[in-house]
Write a protein that binds this ligand. Sequence first.
Ligand SMILES: *[C@@H]1O[C@H](CO)[C@@H](O)[C@H](O)[C@H]1NC(C)=O
Ligand SMILES: *[C@@H]1O[C@H](CO)[C@@H](O)[C@H](O)[C@H]1NC(C)=O
Ligand SMILES: *[C@@H]1O[C@H](CO)[C@@H](O)[C@H](O)[C@H]1NC(C)=O
Ligand SMILES: *[C@@H]1O[C@H](CO)[C@@H](O)[C@H](O)[C@H]1NC(C)=O
Length: 959
Amino acid sequence: MISFFIFLVLFSIVSGDENARNFNDRASLLTFASRVTSDPGNVLHSWNNSSQLHFCNWTGITCNENRDSVLELDLSGASLHGTISPVISRLTRLTVLDLSRNFFEGGIPKEIGYLSGLKQLSLSSNLLRGRIPFELGFLRGLQYLDMGSNKLEGDIPLGLFCNGSSSLDYVDISNNSISGNIPLNEECDVKELRFLLLWSNKLTGRVPRALANSTKLKWLDFESNFFEGELPFEIVKNLSKLQFVYLSYNRFSGPLERFFSGLTNSPHLQELELAGNRLSGKIPDIIGNLSRSLVQLHLDDNQISGAIPPNISNLLNLTLLNLSSNSLNGTIPKELCQMAKLERLYISNNSLSGEIPLCFGNVSKLGLLDLSKNRLSSSIPDTFSSLSQLRRLLLHNNRFVGTIPTSLAQCVNLEILDLSHNHISGSIPTEFARLSTLKLYLNISYNHLNGPLPSELSKMNMVLAMDLSSNNFSGPIPTQLGSCIALELLNLSRNAFQGQLPSSIGKLPFLETFDVSWNRLSGKIPESFQTSATLKLLNFSFNNFSGNVSFPFLQIDSFLGNPELCSSSVLGMSICKNNTKKHFIPLPVLLTVLGIATLLMFLVPLVFKSKSKRKIVKMFSRRSSMYEEDDERKEQNYPKISHQELMEATGGFKSSSLIGSGRFGQVYKGILKDNTKIAVKVISYVKAEEITASFNKECEVLKNIRHRNLIRIITICSRPDFKALVLPLMQNGSLEDHLYPRGGVIHVNLVQLVSILSDVAEGLVYLHHYAPVKVAHCDLKPSNILLDDDMHAVLSDFGIAKLVKEEVEKFPVAGGVSGSPSASSTDGLLCGSIGYIAPEYGMGRRASSQGDVYSFGVLLLEMVTRKRPTDVFCYENSSLHEWVKTHYPHKLEPIIKQTLLNYPLVTTNATSRNPNLLHDMVLELIELGLICTQNNPSTRPTMLDVAHEIATWKEYLNS
Ligand SMILES: *[C@@H]1O[C@H](CO)[C@@H](O)[C@H](O)[C@H]1NC(C)=O
Ligand SMILES: *[C@@H]1O[C@H](CO)[C@@H](O)[C@H](O)[C@H]1NC(C)=O
Ligand SMILES: *[C@@H]1O[C@H](CO)[C@@H](O)[C@H](O)[C@H]1NC(C)=O
Ligand SMILES: *[C@@H]1O[C@H](CO)[C@@H](O)[C@H](O)[C@H]1NC(C)=O
């Protein structure tokens, strides 16, 4: 009553002011502009410079027909900074005020509440602080209110929802620090409300019952707050229009039965997320009566117990079901196999027993199956051969017996296979080696596997990490393991391996961690381990190694329990008396000479005119050694025929010209006769038909495309047996080199990174939206982002880019199959690189611009965290973005702090004006990264939006 009275009083004041106000909307606009710091070139600058122009013609302004009043003011995404002047309230006819996606600071002026005709108010994605003024409750005609992603705090004012007659349709206050309850009671009336987005705040209390009167509600997002009490069943039973219900990460408690029965009245429900609450009791049978249109169901991380009800399989449209981290028991119902659209099934970390139903092999779209950390037993079914989409199979920490199923070898898209901590026995089947397509991680540790390692294991040349530890493997370690060239981690510890350690392993070009402790190996530790430039963690303990070792960076604990080892450099190890006395040459010199000699043997056939030894020593890098490893195979497959000019330019493709190596070939640097510095991309390495297709595609794409952020093609060299692209040489290498510099010291700063990101985004925008043929890049990652002399970024490597048909871009929300996948020679291979590929499980290999947006999001998160998305050990079998997401929103602070420490300090005018600027920017970049990496492709932003966002930051940082 009192507030209504105040309202009347204020209303009359405002109305009485009408004449005075009319004196000039133009003057009001100019006063508003004077509070905004204006960069040259931005919108408001043009206002000031167009004094002769009628204000109705200024950018962002829409007037009435008489051209005397402003109706709409839309300055969204205009890189504005400053404060919002209360003078805005003098534009009394205003219906639309959109200042979103700028850098406005300070508070929301309460005077906005006097704009009685306002229908749309958008202030989202700014740096606004303070409370939401209660005067906003005066806006009785308001339909659209978006204040998301600011730094607002305090309560939601009562009047916002309860002002007599609310026409609110869309309310977004998400991603602030708003606290208190949702102020809605039985007298309030928000009948028109369809969207209520309150995620990521500090809201408490129960969900108000009065929400049940908002029967048009479609989208309810309360995720990451502190709501409590039983799930609001008496509300949802009235809401028959619900499509998206997100209540995860709150403190809801109690059983599910009543809530689910309430939801059976919502026939359009598509996604239901209840993870991370305190829900208990059983999954009720009524779950089978939920909407058939349900696509995702998240019940993970609760205290739900009992068995999984078989009639969950009525939900035939489900693509994702997450029941992990509960207390479920009983067996896995075989009815789950009837959900033919299932792409991701998580049931890990429960107490399930019994066996895996054989029929899982028929769920043909299955991309991820996580049954880890249960009590499952019996043998793993040998029926997975038709799961061509399967990328992650996680069965670790169960009680499986029997042998490794050979049908797994048919799962050509497998990235992670984790069978560790079970009771699996027998030897590794040789058929298993056909799993040469396994890409990321093989973990079969802590089982009862025995016998020698099959040499076929060497075919797994895409695996980054292999853990075979704590089994009973015996015999020698096969030299051929040296062919698993992608390996970064190899753990063979706690087995019964005998004989010598093959030196080929020490030469693995990317190996960082190697553990052979607790075996029966003997002989010398090969030189290659000591000279490796990449190895960081080594453990040779508890074997029978002998001889002299010299590892300047290792301590005694890497060598324990090898009584025959001696060293003059490792502290705590016995000193090699005889050896050091016999030789007059100091050991390091001797080693260098030996190293050079070994190298020379390798390189003599390759190096044609290299005379200086110094050069050769320099060449002993990760890349040149990789080249040696591949050399033999390549020489056989591709006889040396190449364009004479390229031969001369690159010194005959000598290994010191090698500057990069990727999935489809090597890149050499060179100088043409006219002194142009070039990079020559020689297509090689994979099957012949793939080479041709990839090459032709790249040419086709590159021919038609010109943009300053895309690599320019100089010329093409194509013969039936030799294909190369000639590109300009980018002096500053790739982003990869700058994120993970060899010396460890990072030089690129956050301001430069944002500029690089902006360039990359612009390049993608061109590919997706403006190129003559629309193209998805398909393999976005740091090594494909090249930097010129001025650190401008260009995108390279369209080797597997695919032409995107426009209709493919707009596939349905539910991710159903649309159209037939286009046949291409890269069939069977997923588009993109591990870690950066979008999880469109079941969609297979189709290229899409949404896939690029996902990869861009991963890239963003990678730059912020400086963690490689391929680093499986960082994230416990989940992914980089899932890892970041678990910290979002309340635990991000340490990540942001670390980011600011990771990069060299940088100051610009903007950062000295606002010391918190970089912090805020990192936070926004993380948010943008998370938005880009959403699982549902259709909710990801377009590259246009993303590019705009980043360009805004870039501009602001440099202002
Ligand atoms: C201003 O806008 C009006 C109406 O839209 C248009 O007729 C007029 O040409 C514009 N004037 C200028 C200088 O652009
Ligand atoms: C809201 O619904 C309840 C019954 O569910 C009713 O008593 C109340 O009057 C309604 N409120 C409004 C404002 O319509
Ligand atoms: C499953 O989803 C598709 C597409 O969203 C829809 O056409 C179909 O009717 C749904 N099936 C059921 C049983 O609701
Ligand atoms: C599952 O757990 C419940 C208690 O939560 C227990 O009563 C029931 O016997 C268990 N069932 C099985 C098959 O272990």
